[in-house]
Design a binder for this molecule. Sequence first.
Ligand SMILES: Nc1ncnc2c1ncn2[C@@H]1O[C@H](COP(=O)(O)OP(=O)(O)OP(=O)(O)O)[C@@H](O)[C@H]1O
Length: 243
Amino acid sequence: MLHIRNLTVAYPGGAPVLHAVTLDLRSPGVHALVGANGAGKTTLLHTLAGHLSPATGTVVVDDREVTGWHPTAAARAGVALVPQGRQLWPSLTVAEHFAATRPARDRDERWTVEELLGLFPPLAARMGHRAYQLSGGEQQMLTIARALRTAPRLLLADEPTEGLAPIVANQIITVLRDLPARGVSVLAALPHAGVAAMIADTMHVLASGQLLGYTRTAATVSDVQRQHLTLTHPGDERPEPQQ
Ligand SMILES: Nc1ncnc2c1ncn2[C@@H]1O[C@H](COP(=O)(O)OP(=O)(O)OP(=O)(O)O)[C@@H](O)[C@H]1O
């Protein structure tokens, strides 16, 4: 599904912020990228979505090498980004967001507006409202719905519950959890193992630009935190094999 090999990424004029990241997601599902602020989660998702080109390494999605592709080409390969901070078009209505976004690939898959409103019922009453008039939760729903409109097979979600009230965060989590059953896998960047444990089948731990290993969420949250702490100590690094 997704195979990342030795990915090193730097911003222009800067030192690398991702160091030889290797990650395999072989099974459809919800996968979490867990790490503290500045660990490199956003950088990795933006590289996968084609917004950044790696200095070295490769990215393969469904047997197609997409390394360094333009974002529209990555979208055609079935990758969609739900960016941190939402980045909606403030003056466009919900309906106009849907109208302006089309499936990116020659695939049979389609998310109709009705299906998207079924996932996010609060948006149904807001079709004529502009993005800036929506609540934070509604904006996040629209951001995810807009990404799904491109008919992805892999949804990259950058801190999808950030800043949301618990009840709204739970609505978002429920939708993300159900997406694999509808043919969409999820890679979600999350700062806390607790939320990751609610969402994900596997957690991949990123620290200071290095991917340290993964754990299944069957482990308790405290196990994950202990493993993270252990793994972040040089000399104690014994990453589990990547899935
Ligand atoms: N546009 C940029 N130019 C230069 N450096 C950047 C840029 N964006 C991020 N960085 C740096 O890259 C490193 C990784 O940042 P990144 O945003 O990927 O981490 P993150 O894990 O997503 O953290 P956060 O949760 O705070 O977004 C940080 O040191 C950050 O300062």
